[in-house]
Design a protein around this ligand. Structure first.
Ligand code: GDP
Length: 472
């Protein structure tokens, strides 16, 4: 196809691929980068219109500085199991802190927004945990502005606490710590501060850059202060959006309600969505028939950082799908249908992630600068040794980043982090769990298992030098 489009011989194209280290057959599909390179060699420029992204470029068009206004932060709560994530979200939802609006939030719609005394607002995603956070990111949805990491002050920094910190850091999202259960007699927040400091995380009252607050999700102590700290963090991020354009944002959750049809909770991230708007969300479209806030009240419109549940879509889009308000109903419907068809043809995912084998080719193309690695091993000592050696492989062209390392088998959460951060996973003397293996297959994540440190280092080194023979 590309040969005839450019009017050159098929063999020339195959030859050009070979010079890139790609052995292709005549009817093989080439990926986007390869197509660009090949086309460029013949003096053509390729413009890609993907079925999922088309029209998004137009709708996400850059805003003028003067059209931007402050928007409130969107927050995800993470932390170790039983440290109080759900209790914290429940407390904030039920107390409805502070903002003085009548009635607590009774509806569970997957996200809610609360007002603070200072007049600011904070929106919460109501599904705690780094798994949900990273699954969204793996779908390309970066929704969260600030992460609250809950650590029980009567316990310690636990494995999932570390995981949560790594996931937030890999996403580049600032963290505010909540030292919870401060009402309990055995609580000792200083012990937690100390443990964090050994991980190079210094909280503010110890002279560091991380904000932290002692709280009790049971009595409510400190929670208002926690939220003000989140608002402060958000202020530093200078979050802004243009409310005066078509609404765009992300789907948080959706379901089929027997009485009402498809109900989706969406988070408007920019622009404003109104009743009657034509919506394109993932593989579905429709007109917004009704909108409700987290109090179950009807609303007419929703601006940036506002979660609403909506009626009117002709299906249930996935969490993490983008939505757009469109001007043309026919166009919205036809894009949705095309996406649905493409999804059926290609299975759930088609995005290709980085593999060791591919590094050489990506290097040749010149668009590869960082190799992100997730490292899992059986004992701390070997993980540290391997981590040091791998980082030392960094050259001027490629930087090796160990974005997460820990003891234990390779979990689904590791795979999702790899998908979200374009990373490969290296396991030393450990194997993936069944769930992790399945997810890795679906997401096409490269998992490499080694039992000799030297082998791991050599193979990564070879890959970085473009020497790794492609797998046949
Ligand atoms: P999650 O697994 O992180 O969502 O933790 P939960 O919110 O389910 O809390 C685990 C347990 O700790 C529950 O029994 C809560 O009632 C209790 N808990 C949570 N926060 C507090 C707190 O601030 N003080 C006390 N005393 N108990 C708490």
């Amino acid at each position: 196809e590309i040969a005839s489009m450019m009017d050159v011989g098929v063999n020339d194209i195959i030859g050009a691929c070979m010079s890139l280290g790609l052995f292709v057959s005549i009817n093989q599909r080439l990926d986007a980068e390869t197509l660009s390179i090949i086309a460029e060699e013949y003096g053509f420029f390729v413009e890609f219109v993907s079925a999922t992204e088309e029209s998004e470029a137009v709708l996400d068009s850059e805003d003028n500085e003067e059209d931007l206004v402050e928007r409130s932060p969107i927050v995800t709560v993470m932390g170790h199991v039983d440290h109080g994530k759900t209790s914290l979200l429940d407390y904030i939802r039920e107390a409805n802190v502070i903002g003085g609006e009548a009635g607590g939030i009774t509806q569970h719609i997957g996200a809610y927004s609360v007002g603070l005394k200072s007049g600011k607002k904070v929106a919460f995603l109501d599904t705690p945990g780094h798994e949900a956070f990273t699954a969204m990111r793996a779908r390309g949805a970066q929704v969260t502005d600030v992460v609250i990491i809950v650590i029980a002050a009567d316990d310690s920094v636990m494995p999932q606490t570390k995981e949560a910190i790594n996931h937030a850091q890999a996403a580049g999202v600032p963290i505010v710590f909540a030292f919870n259960k401060i009402d309990k007699p055995g609580a000792n927040a200083d012990k937690v501060r100390e443990e964090l400091s050994t991980m190079n995380i210094l909280v503010e009252d110890w002279g560091g850059k991380y904000q932290a607050q002692e709280v009790s999700a049971k009595t409510g102590q400190g929670i208002e202060d926690l939220l003000e700290k989140v608002a402060l963090e958000a202020e530093m991020l200078d979050l802004k959006a243009n409310p005066n354009k078509n609404g765009v944002g992300t789907v948080i959750e959706s379901e089929l309600d027997k009485g009402r049809g498809y109900v989706s909770t969406i988070l408007v991230q920019a622009g404003t969505m109104k009743i009657g708007d034509i919506l394109l969300a993932g593989c579905y479209s429709g007109r917004v028939k009704a909108m409700f806030n987290e109090r179950g009240q009807k609303v007419e419109e929703a601006g940036p950082s506002t979660p609403v549940s909506i009626l009117g879509l002709n299906g249930a889009p996935n969490a993490g799908d983008k939505f757009h308000v469109m001007d043309d109903e026919k166009e919205a419907r036809s894009i949705a249908e095309r996406r649905l068809q493409l999804q059926r043809e290609q299975g759930v995912r088609t995005q290709k992630h980085i593999t060791l084998d591919e590094i050489g080719r990506r290097l040749a193309i010149g668009d590869f600068k960082e190799l992100n690695v997730i490292l899992k091993g059986d004992v701390d000592g070997s993980i540290e040794a391997l981590s040091d050696s791998l980082q030392k492989l960094s050259t001027e062209q490629i930087q090796v980043n160990i974005i997460h390392k820990s003891v234990g088998q390779i979990s689904e959460s590791d795979v999702m982090l790899a998908a979200a951060s374009e990373a490969i996973i290296i396991g030393f003397q450990v194997r993936p769990s069944v769930g992790a293996r399945k997810t890795a297959e679906k997401e096409q994540i490269d998992i490499r298992l080694y039992s000799i440190i030297y082998d791991a280092i050599e193979e990564v080194k070879d890959a970085m030098e473009g020497m790794l023979a492609p797998k046949v």
